[in-house]
Ligand binder design. Structure first.
Ligand code: AMP
Length: 285
């Protein structure tokens, strides 16, 4: 596995591979890798014959009061995991290379960035959209894989690719969970043993919503209330939001017709945890 730190070197490598007809698949990460990330890498291997994984803790997507400095970093372990997966290039740029002196351009996906997590994390999705655009322009992948764990991020990236005519296929990948239902996340490292147990309430509440929909409930309000009630059963959980929205525009829904995104954000101890599920009504209802 080749480790590339410079954007110029990355671009030269990609261009040479493309000229030889190779299909480049790309996974962008902030490191502290877990099985969720590795499932994206395995998907990338299926979809391209060259795989590039980036590790870059992007400063512009963290607000000043957020956890940029504390965000878990473990480059040596991550490098070993990616090597084992057979990744071709680990791209690990420095912040000064991604944001050179005098940098003053950003990418904003307006409406999609205002809601859900965007309403609580101003500037976050502008940071994400900007860094993903920069990474795409340097790596120039044919296909890029993103996790549905960050569902809003995935929709924002799909939108910016369409709006800016970027020539890259975006593939969403299902959430990978621990055996007890907790969605894997680098931020789970912030949880102590009690908090880790408490964090099960997120997936439990999603499951509760799924059961309600299966029994014929279509009112978004009723479902959201049941989810909040389930979360409130857990004393360590502080609910930030529970929303039921259109699966593409993420606009709030009152009734579930065919499908809806149930998304939630909950703080437990120091960790802000997000999870989601697409609720599907069975056909014929
Ligand atoms: P991050 O390192 O948190 O920026 O995540 C990098 C990529 O991995 C993003 O596309 C995430 O959506 C994806 N990802 C993170 N956790 C999971 C998970 N549990 N299951 C699937 N994809 C994930």
């Amino acid at each position: 596995m080749r480790i590339i730190r410079k954007t110029t070197e990355m671009a030269v490598w990609s261009q040479a591979e493309r000229q030889q007809g190779q299909r480049i698949a790309f996974v962008a990460t902030m490191g502290a890798l877990h099985e969720g990330h590795l499932s994206l890498v395995r998907e990338a291997k299926k979809r391209g014959n060259r795989v590039v994984v980036s590790i870059f803790v992007n400063p512009t997507q963290f607000a000043p009061a957020e956890d940029f400095a504390a965000y878990p970093r473990n480059f040596v372990r991550d490098r070993g995991l990616l090597e084992t997966e057979g990744v071709d290039v680990l791209f690990h740029p420095a912040a000064e290379d991604i944001y050179p002196p005098g940098n003053q351009t950003h990418v904003e996906v307006k409406e999609l960035s205002k809601i859900l997590c965007g309403a609580r994390r101003p500037g976050h999705f502008q940071g994400v959209a900007t860094v993903v655009t920069k990474l795409f322009n340097v790596v120039r992948p044919d296909v890029a894989i993103f996790g549905e764990k960050d569902y809003q991020q995935l929709q924002i990236i799909r939108r910016l690719v369409r709006d800016l005519f970027l020539d890259v296929e975006i593939v969403g990948h299902p959430i990978v969970r621990e055996s007890d239902g907790i969605a894997m996340s680098s931020r789970n490292e912030y949880l102590n043993a009690d908090e880790r147990k408490a964090a099960r309430c997120l997936s439990r509440s999603l499951h509760r919503a799924e059961c309600l929909v299966r029994r014929g409930e279509t009112s978004a309000k009723a479902i959201a209330e049941a989810v909040v009630a389930e979360l409130h059963n857990e004393p360590l959980a502080v609910v930030e939001y529970v929303t039921i929205s259109d699966v593409e525009t993420l606009e709030p829904l009152e009734q579930i017709r065919q499908s809806a995104l149930l998304a939630l954000s909950v703080t437990i101890g120091q960790a802000r945890l997000i999870d989601n599920k697409v609720l599907l009504r069975s056909s014929g209802e």
